[in-house]
Design a protein around this ligand. Sequence first.
Ligand code: PSU
Ligand code: MN
Length: 300
Amino acid sequence: MITLHPEVREALQAGKPVVALESTIISHGMPYPQNVQTARKVETIIREQGAIPATIAILNGDIKVGLSDEELEMLGSSKDVLKVSIRDLPYVTALKLNGATTVASTMRIAHQAGIAVFVTGGLGGVHRGAETTFDVSADLTEFTLSNVAVISAGVKSILDIGLTLEKLETLGVPVIGYGTEDFPAFYSRVSGFKVPMTLSDPADIAKVMKDKWTLQLTGGLSIANPIPAEDEIPASVIDPHIAQALQEAQENGIKGKDVTPFLLAKISEITAGQSLKSNIALVKNNARLGAQIAVAYSKL
Ligand code: PSU
Ligand code: MN
């Protein structure tokens, strides 16, 4: 039920490096047209590093790995694209709907397609107040099931970062800080929480991936890449905005799958686009690293 773009299929058959990309960040994480522009730029960066990009989405019920330019435009501009996590996948395929995949569903599809590296912006995780709401992203459970290295800029402090890291430890997920000992907080380079492992060479990260799977330690790895210093928004600036977004979510009774998109849009609105600028910069930065890891992994 998965349709590989011919270029992606050929690259996988030839053992060339391929980098998967998610689509919820396009449909529900950024406004049009910046979302489509960013998605295209990210694909270009991956190519410049010598890898093939494979953006994953569901179009008319077809699970697509690798999109054409027109498909990317449609996905980014259309209003009827559902946010599709693991539980939603069979519903969207059966009813032939359009869907944007989250980290969890993109990991699963990438794994099934044989793609080992996946670039995104931020991971889902344990939400603040999860002790009463039970709101824990399916992204975390997916790390126990799909053999994919996920490059992100860490997690936004809309989440409980400490609990998210504890959960990743429980699930047996290697969390590798790229050139940092501090887990990054998306807009900010530091969260105050330490990463268990630090590596500064993409080739070393590729070796850890290889050994994890050779040891039959099923599941993913989280590669946490801090936002470039010139694009960061310090925690002292962004935290009050995040607090306001969280309060508005509560006042409006936002629940379930709507929580994360609501908070992302609200923060962008409150910061008048400053957060969007940072978001775009960190995704590009992750694309560069992800492609470098994919290239190194393809040589092992
Ligand atoms: N965090 C971000 N940006 C995003 C997301 C999370 O900083 O775009 C998206 C990703 O697609 C992630 C999803 O997989 O939200 C998590 O949603 P939920 O919390 O409903 O599982
Ligand atoms: Mn949730």
